[in-house]
Write a protein that binds this ligand. Structure first.
Ligand code: FEO
Ligand code: CA
Ligand code: CA
Length: 667
């Protein structure tokens, strides 16, 4: 009989509940989330949307006034009829829009790709098919077209209990049913590795509907085994040399690619986020990387890759983990090109890498390190962007200055350079050069006195209004005596959004101003302290901002991760958030995901006529939803979205949202 383990012990990117940075105090206080959970437990007695308004009425008369204000909602930059918040097994979009599934896990990407057969999965098939858990979505136009381009999509991680038949056993523990997972076979691990990475696929809009071009000559899968180059200051350093790569310049694959970006010169950048989960084993006694790995939570051992591949076992390959945690750049115009890990951009749990060209032509990348009490960064290239010669931009990301943010109480922000030899980044503190500083970016930022944030996720520069939007998803561990102006709530269960204005409107500036755009959560519960405008309806508020997008009109759209029956009484989704004028901080629900899913993407086509969104880990959960009420796994799923066929498992998928009859979205 095989030994089973709980899937809850498995790595869950969206929650990170057991992933505390060293700055964390491990003790638990009562959090705002518990207050809200208590409140939503009462929802069980009520049904549907009536429940939301009925509770609002019992909680606060102010909520009713707010609801009336909401119906006016004049001044909003977004014109659409709001969707109703809720929870069920389907996706929903605002009235008057179509939300069509474009690409599902397992869909064929090449003329010779095998059809998806969930009971006969193999790595050979998976590398020719769309990967698992789509996260970042980017669009690279072909010949400047808004209706024909390359879609680039990250595949962040895998959920074996939803992917593979026959590996979950339900056990009764203290009267509660829970799921236990059998160890994966090598064949299943190989499928997992092939389902990671990214997809580059040609798409075209025909008759108002997007289609995948299956024989697109630039179509490509990138996986955890694709050969990559380490480039920049860390390439060839002793700390990245392994038995398989004594040169310290060649790495196999990329993992846990969360958000990312498309550069001004049309390459695809993928952010390696929660890399710690893939490593297991123990470093040799007294190994010099021990403190470095501890700061990143390595090894977390959630994946079993180390049981089958030595490079994921720290005892056998102590340096392999230094080769992950980077930003990866992919030249999408050559499917045989070698992706490059751009080490100048630092090594941490990279959430994303959205960029903008500064006034003087240098290119600025905003980078979040998604962990409680970790930091906000930006990288400024040394060279300038050449719009007329794309090849001239080829190695811009190998040379530049990484900075970390220090947010002051007076509303100013300083971007501190992370440069060997400056300030505390010297031999006295164990750095022999810039390679050491970059491998241990977090420790360098600790020494510089950067501001500890509430889990920095996506960071989006907005070229229309000149501002920068920072999604801070939550931090239930922040204590009252750890509150600061930029992280103003203790037990921050619902997160907030910071808006930065760089000095002189220059994205490359080393100083700026900041303010909190929005504190998230239910505004009708006074204790939550949410600051949505009073025009925001009972459907319009949200918690846990994660990914975001700015459309070509400069309007902000926010996707969430971590809502659900207990947390907020609604699934994750995409909200439109006003940033300008009297409507500032008004939010409206546009799209929501099925039970268990997180909302990734989002991305607007250059003509604003399509919103691409990625539905990640649908069906992952269902215990707390009154419509299911038990563990969700391959044989007994809380949703079989999007196919709803009994022989087809739930499948993460990218959805294309268009206005019925055509036209720009929310105009
Ligand atoms: Fe992969 Fe920070 O979300
Ligand atoms: Ca997330
Ligand atoms: Ca994310």
């Amino acid at each position: 009989m095989t030994e089973h383990r709980s899937p809850d012990a498995r790595f869950r990117t969206s929650l990170l509940e057991d992933n505390d940075g060293p700055a964390n105090n491990p003790s638990e206080n009562s959090t705002m989330g518990e207050i809200i959970a208590a409140r939503f437990s009462r929802r069980g007695f009520l049904k549907g949307s009536l429940a939301v308004s009925a509770i609002a009425a019992t909680v606060s008369p102010l909520a009713m006034i707010a609801a009336n204000d909401a119906r006016a909602a004049e001044g909003s930059a977004f014109k659409f009829d709001e969707l109703e918040a809720g929870i069920d097994d389907k996706h929903h979009v605002a009235p008057g829009y179509d939300a069509d599934v474009l690409l599902r896990w397992g869909d064929p990407l090449f003329a010779d790709s095998p059809d998806f057969e969930p009971t006969k999965q193999s790595a050979e098939a998976q590398v020719r098919q769309f990967g698992y858990n789509n996260d970042y979505v980017g669009y690279i136009a072909i010949d400047g077209s808004a209706e024909h381009g390359l879609l680039v999509v990250n595949h962040e991680y895998t959920n074996p209990h939803l992917m593979f038949p026959g590996i979950v056993k339900i056990v009764d523990k203290d009267g509660k049913k829970s799921a236990e997972l059998a160890p994966l076979s090598k064949q299943q691990v190989d499928v997992e590795m092939a389902a990671h990475g990214g997809t580059i696929v040609e798409i075209r809009k025909d008759g108002g509907k997007w289609q995948v071009v299956r024989d697109g000559k630039l179509n490509r899968r990138i996986t955890a085994n694709t050969e990559m180059a380490l480039s920049g200051p860390v390439a060839g350093h002793d700390r990245v040399k392994t038995n398989a790569d004594p040169s310290g310049t060649k790495v196999l694959g990329t993992i846990n690619n969360c958000a990312g970006g498309v550069t001004p010169w049309g390459t695809y950048v993928m952010a390696e986020e929660n890399i710690h989960g893939y490593f297991s084993g123990e470093l040799p006694e007294g190994h010099k990387e021990a403190a470095n790995y501890k700061r990143l939570g390595i090894p977390e051992g959630a994946y079993e890759w180390g049981a089958h591949y030595d490079r994921f076992n720290l005892a056998k390959e102590p340096n392999e983990a230094n080769r992950f945690g980077w930003i990866v750049e992919v030249d999408v115009n050559d499917p045989s090109s070698t992706p490059r890990k751009r080490t100048a951009m630092g090594r941490f749990k990279h959430e994303g890498a959205e960029s903008i060209v500064a006034k003087d032509g240098r290119v600025v990348f905003y980078l979040g390190d998604d962990e409680r009490f970790d930091y906000v960064y930006k990288f400024v290239t040394k060279g300038t962007f050449n719009a007329n010669d794309h090849a001239a931009n080829k190695d811009l990301l190998d040379d530049g200055t990484l900075h970390v943010a220090k947010f002051a109480e007076d509303g100013s922000v300083e971007w501190l350079p992370i440069v060997f030899g400056q300030g505390p980044l010297t031999a006295e503190n164990g750095f022999a050069g810039q390679a050491d500083v970059l491998i241990e970016t977090r420790r360098a930022a600790d020494l510089l006195g950067a501001t500890k944030m509430d889990r920095p996720e996506d960071i989006q520069p907005n070229g229309v209004n000149g501002k920068v939007y920072v999604m801070l998803t939550n931090n239930s561990k922040r204590k009252a005596d750890q509150v600061d102006a930029a992280n103003p709530r203790a037990g921050n269960a619902f997160g907030h959004i910071i808006e930065i204005s760089e000095d002189g409107g220059d994205f490359a500036a080393t100083k700026g101003k900041w303010e909190v755009l929005l504190k998230c959560g239910d505004p009708s519960v006074a204790d939550v302290g949410a600051t949505f405008s009073t025009a925001t309806t009972a459907n319009g508020w949200f918690g846990m901002p994660d990914n975001c997008a700015v459309d070509s009109a400069g309007r902000l759209w926010v996707a969430t991760d971590g809502q659900g029956p207990k947390a907020t009484g609604r699934t994750d989704g995409l909200w439109a958030v006003d940033t300008e004028g009297a409507a500032r901080a008004t939010s409206k629900l546009f799209f929501r995901v099925p039970i268990g899913a997180e909302m990734c993407g989002p991305l607007f086509a250059p003509d604003d006529q399509t919103a691409f969104v990625a539905v990640q880990h649908p069906g992952d959960g269902g215990e707390d939803w009154e419509g299911f009420g038990r563990p969700s796994y391959y044989e007994d799923l809380s949703t079989r979205w999007p196919d709803f066929k009994p022989d087809m498992p739930v499948r993460p998928a990218v959805v294309a949202i268009t206005k019925q009859g055509g036209g720009k979205i929310a105009v």
